[in-house]
Design a protein around this ligand. Structure first.
Ligand SMILES: Nc1nc2c(ncn2[C@@H]2O[C@H](COP(=O)(O)OP(=O)(O)OP(=O)(O)O)[C@@H](O)[C@H]2O)c(=O)[nH]1
Length: 409
């Protein structure tokens, strides 16, 4: 009896379990269908398109056969456009760059400085005009003063002879007329016919003009390069500077400061005592690459030995010319060094083909005659003059203005 009871109890439990299981499966399936319906409804509501087909789950694309069959392109609802927050961007303020004084007013100012300097040449000419009677002694003194004013023996004798003839022999007595004669003769010596323009025409179209600046340390090379860059930039030229004076560490820094002031790039080496030729090459390469109009290369030019100098400057020029030909070689001379400066000038002229002279410190020199002597000896015109330490104290050399300045006009 107990066995029968146990049998029916087990049957009842199993039956109940089957019923509960069936109910759970049924309810689960219904819930799933309701969810799918709800999702489809939302999608239709978002797109307004009742034909939208829900994308199959990615796993279905694993089956290549099923993937392409009956799958339509799904128009996903557009992402809501988020308005970008407007941020006020401040216009970059261009650094304020120096602008040089106009050439005419620059030269007029420098001429005044020249006439007020205690110039031996000017004094000799003034003395000559002020004496009542010009006798042989006066002429002798005059010639000696001209020689000591660095005019050089040849030009001094030439000028004395020409003046003696015109003033004494031709009998020019009127002071104004005598001054005119002096002006004319002096101008002849300075030679206004020489071409004093800088050669900034590149040898090949597209190349930059290359200006190589040479001279003994301390003559004012770096300052001249900076002042020149300033003038060229004001003339709308794009300029690159090369700090190939690697001998004096501060020189590159000094040049870079000039570059910043006028807004031009300075190519320099981070290594002290780097190969000047390599820096010069990099500067010209930069000029070629950036399409610059002019590259100005500052050099050290130590006068240790003539062969050393020759090797150094020769190499700099050779290496530069792998990129672009040098169009102008400017020799910077300190006018206050007189005959010493002339000796330096001769050595540099033997080492490189100098095409123009920059005579600096003419403001501090009592011997303006060096203009004539250096031109005569080297056969190269003075193209620029430095008449002070100020940024605008470099001017194109103007023979008439120079002579008038010397004569105190
Ligand atoms: N009075 C006067 N001083 C000048 C003139 N040009 C340059 N100087 C000064 O001369 C000094 C030497 O000038 P730098 O440009 O450093 O000379 P540098 O030839 O480059 O010298 P290194 O870099 O040593 O080779 C500086 O104090 C300049 O300000 C000028 O025309 N008149």
């Amino acid at each position: 009896m107990t066995g029968v009871w146990i049998f029916w109890t087990v049957i009842a439990i199993v039956g109940l379990a089957i019923l509960i299981g069936g109910a759970v499966v049924y309810l689960d399936g219904r819930k799933q269908r309701e969810l799918e319906q709800a999702e489809k409804g939302e999608l239709e509501a978002a797109t307004g398109d009742e034909d939208v087909v829900v994308a199959p789950p990615l796993s279905e694309f694993d089956d290549p056969e099923g993937a392409g069959v009956g799958v339509e392109t799904i128009e996903r609802p557009a992402e809501p456009v988020v308005e970008a927050e407007t941020v006020a961007v401040e216009e970059p303020v261009a650094p304020e760059l120096d602008r040089p004084e106009a050439p005419l007013s620059r030269w007029a100012r420098l001429r005044r400085r020249l006439s007020s300097s205690n110039n031996a040449l000017a004094r000799a000419l003034a003395d000559l005009l002020s004496v009542d009677k010009i006798d042989a002694d006066v002429w002798d003194d005059f010639e000696t003063t001209l020689i000591t004013s660095d005019l050089g023996v040849g030009p001094a004798t030439e000028l004395t002879d020409a003046l003696r003839k015109r003033l004494a022999v031709d009998g020019v007595a009127d002071p104004a007329e005598a001054k005119e004669v002096l002006t004319e003769e002096l101008l002849k010596l300075v030679d206004p016919s020489l071409d004093r323009s800088l050669n900034l025409t590149p040898a090949k179209e597209g190349d930059p003009a290359v200006v190589l600046v040479v001279g003994v340390n301390g003559t004012g090379k770096t300052t001249t390069v900076g002042k020149l860059a300033r003038v060229l930039v004001a003339d709308d030229k794009s300029v690159v500077l090369g700090a190939a004076d690697t001998f004096r560490a501060a020189a590159a820094e000094q040049l870079a400061t000039w570059g910043e002031r006028v807004g031009v790039e300075t190519v320099r080496s981070d290594v002290d005592g780097a190969d000047p030729a390599s820096v010069a090459f990099d500067a010209v390469a930069k000029g070629v690459e950036s399409g610059a109009d002019v590259v100005i290369v500052d050099t050290a030019g130590r006068l240790h030995t003539k062969t050393g100098l020759m090797d150094e400057l020769g190499k700099v020029k050779r290496v530069i010319e792998k990129k672009a030909p040098v169009t102008e070689v400017l020799l910077v001379l300190d006018a206050t060094t007189g005959q010493n400066g002339m000796t330096q000038a001769r050595i540099f002229a033997e080492v490189v083909d100098v095409t123009g002279i920059v005579l600096t410190k003419l403001d501090g020199s009592a011997k303006g005659g060096i203009v004539v002597q250096v031109q005569r000896e080297l056969g190269v015109p003075v193209k620029l003059v430095g008449l002070g330490e100020g940024v605008d104290d470099l001017a194109p050399f103007d023979p008439e203005g120079f002579v008038q300045g010397i004569l105190g006009e």
